[in-house]
Design a protein around this ligand. Structure first.
Ligand code: PMP
Length: 364
């Protein structure tokens, strides 16, 4: 006798909050000047690329990676200057670490709190892991609204707070004292996400030992290694040993481990590129500020947020001229008519500015 069952569909099987999500959109960028994703625009110097080729040639890709990645972790501790007693957990990009943290605390009803607008993955990962999400609006100038944030913390008792420092997509560093008050007032963990640390003038790494509920997360994506997928979380062993249980054993492959280890031995080269990007950021900011019809926000990251009338038309005009940036218009209401441009090479920045002026002109 054949047995019958009801046809299974995504509507009956997939959790409604997942069906309601939109997948993280990565636009196609072939043949365009790519200034949409905060990548470092520079290739490595030839000597380093040659060294890389040798490292890869000798890599034992028939073996699983070192699950503990001890050598890489030591190198990270030393280049980041981690205080004694501070340990490191590695992620396949820092996105994966956000997910690990959420998975670890996602008891029924547990809350993940962040500010808005900020990095969209905090909210998405709260949905992936079944956490409640609370987004506290930033002030109009994108600084922290401290009374509103403290009030939301008191009301929602979040298990996890994420603060991007500098913030994406606004580019600013929040007031450090306000961040400290949030750490002190939080009943759960506070993760300061320093994805853009290489371009910023301040860090919470030196404060790690002062607060038992503080963790600092960084990524190497913006420092020229976006393709490797490597991020880390720094903090006390009591937290990291719990998170380690959720980390899939071989989440950082043999090649990313070896390549990152080698590149971090040349951290000075990467930091020099970051310095160049910082100085080009000043150039780009001045040019944006001097452009009629553009309001640019100061940035401590490798991108600049700016507001312009008819942003979507300007964005399309840039695309027609071969320049891809990020259109934030239509997302969060505080980002109406906002666009975000990653700092590129000096030539790319010039090409972007010329294309922007032509696109603005076209929309008038
Ligand atoms: N945090 C912030 C604030 C970001 O902007 C990004 C990347 N856009 C990430 C984390 C994730 O970076 P990755 O997964 O490449 O390490």
């Amino acid at each position: 006798m054949p047995s019958f069952r009801e046809i299974v569909t995504p509507e009956t099987l997939i959790r409604p909050e997942i069906r309601a999500l939109h997948a993280y959109h990565v636009p196609s960028s072939s043949d365009m000047i790519k200034l949409d994703a905060m990548e470092n625009p520079y290739l490595l110097p030839t000597e380093l690329r040659d060294e890389l080729a040798r490292v890869i040639a000798d890599a034992q890709i028939n073996r699983y990676p070192d699950a503990g990645a001890q050598r890489l972790k030591q190198r990270i501790s030393s280049v980041a200057g981690l205080p004694a007693g501070v340990e490191v957990l590695l992620g396949n990009g820092s996105d994966e670490i956000i997910q690990l943290l959420a998975l670890a605390v996602a008891k029924p009803g547990a809350v993940l709190l962040s500010v808005e607008p900020s990095f969209v993955m905090y909210k998405m990962i709260a949905a992936f892991t079944g956490m409640e999400y609370v987004g506290v609006p930033l002030a109009e100038d994108f600084s922290l609204d401290l009374p509103a944030t403290l009030d939301a913390i008191a009301r929602h008792r979040p298990a996890l707070v994420f603060l991007a420092y500098p913030n994406n997509p606004t580019g600013n560093l929040f007031d450090a004292d306000a961040v400290r008050q949030i750490i002190l007032a939080s009943p759960g963990l506070v993760v300061v996400d320093e994805a853009y640390y290489a371009f910023a003038s301040a860090s919470f790494l030196p404060s790690l030992q002062q607060y038992e509920n503080l963790l600092v997360m960084r990524t190497f994506s913006k420092l020229g290694m976006a393709g490797l997928r490597l991020g880390f979380l720094a903090g006390s062993r009591i937290w990291l040993e719990q998170l380690e249980k959720l980390r899939l054993p071989y989440n950082v492959g043999v090649l990313p481990q070896l390549v990152a280890e080698m590149l971090l031995a040349h951290h000075d080269v990467l930091l020099r590129q970051a310095e160049q990007i910082k100085s080009d950021r000043s150039w780009l900011y001045e040019r944006l500020v001097g452009t009629v019809g553009v309001y640019a926000y100061p940035s401590e990251a490798n991108f600049i947020l700016f507001r312009v009338a008819h942003a979507t038309r300007v964005f399309e005009g840039l695309k027609q001229r071969g320049v891809l940036i990020k259109n934030l218009n239509g997302g969060h209401p505080a980002l109406a008519d906002c666009l975000r441009v990653t700092v590129g090479t000096p030539e790319q920045n010039e090409q972007f500015m010329a294309a922007l002026q032509a696109s603005i002109h076209q929309t008038i």
